[in-house]
Design a protein around this ligand. Sequence first.
Ligand SMILES: Nc1ncnc2c1ncn2[C@@H]1O[C@H](COP(=O)(O)OP(=O)(O)OP(=O)(O)O)[C@@H](O)[C@H]1O
Length: 165
Amino acid sequence: MGKSMTEIAINSAEQMQKLGQALAKSAKPHDLLLLKGDLGAGKTTMTQGFGRELGIRRPVKSPTFTLVREYREGKMPLFHMDFYRLEGDDLASIDLNDYLAEDGVVIIEWPQVISSNLPDEYLSLILKRVDDSWDSTKRVVTLDPHGSRASQWAEDALKIYQESE
Ligand SMILES: Nc1ncnc2c1ncn2[C@@H]1O[C@H](COP(=O)(O)OP(=O)(O)OP(=O)(O)O)[C@@H](O)[C@H]1O
């Protein structure tokens, strides 16, 4: 684990949403959040908390079949992407930089396919189940910031999350 990485224990879906809320509270325009983790780890659940905090009333759904869902009705735009089914051709059709240039936040689930095309600043989150039983609600989230803005974002979000507990 790198020096700037932080691990946080999450015990329920509600706590995962709270972490999403804390990340939204401390987010700034042009921030990029990458969510890594197996199926059912809680990536969409976290994004739902994030969207709710921005004031987005529509339920945030997984954009697996659309690649990008845009929510422009909140405090700032949210661009929610899911690259799970991404093929090479689709990748060319999405210009991440266009989205990052907008005054909003970009959240990407399954970002591994674009790992060689990432900007300098982004916050990566790794969500893991920590119990073998299929119905366990325990997760560990590792915050792995890249760049000084992302480090500040992670620090602010953790503080807000801890105060909310
Ligand atoms: N601690 C937890 N954090 C997040 N989700 C949890 C937790 N405990 C239970 N769950 C449940 O696990 C499921 C997680 O599904 P979710 O769609 O958020 O995962 P995902 O990582 O986005 O998966 P996928 O890659 O398939 O979209 C939800 O039904 C949620 O209620």
